[in-house]
Design a protein around this ligand. Structure first.
Ligand code: TYC
Length: 103
């Protein structure tokens, strides 16, 4: 299998593979006029494992500013969180929206 000696390029590639981090995604909650504040706090506690105090702070930020960060995750986890928020919202007949973007 070729020379037993690694080229500088091979060593650099190996080092890069070892230090490369997975891409992270921000999961954002969007404000609307119909979802109750209590339900948004509930979602932040259940889906994003926030404390009651932090969940309330995030909910109020979204309510006032239109959008807010619920958490940062790798892609698969972020996709699952978005799906879980939309499924819970549908079940409770709220229009709550959630989106992800590259962090
Ligand atoms: N604006 C909503 C209300 O006044 C509360 C709310 C907050 C809705 C955050 C969605 O992501 C949201 N009932």
């Amino acid at each position: 299998m070729g020379s037993k000696h690694k080229t500088i390029q091979e060593i650099q590639e190996k080092a890069e593979q070892k230090t490369r981090k997975p891409p992270y995604y921000s999961v954002l909650l969007l404000n609307d006029d119909y979802t109750t504040m209590d339900f948004v706090v509930y979602v932040l506690e259940k889906v994003f494992h926030k404390s009651p105090v932090e969940a309330t702070q995030i909910m109020l930020h979204v309510h006032k500013r239109g959008k807010g960060l619920a958490g940062i995750y790798t892609r698969d986890i972020a996709e699952t969180k978005v799906d879980n928020v939309h499924r819970l919202a549908q079940e409770h007949e709220f229009p709550l929206r959630c989106e992800m973007e590259k962090a």
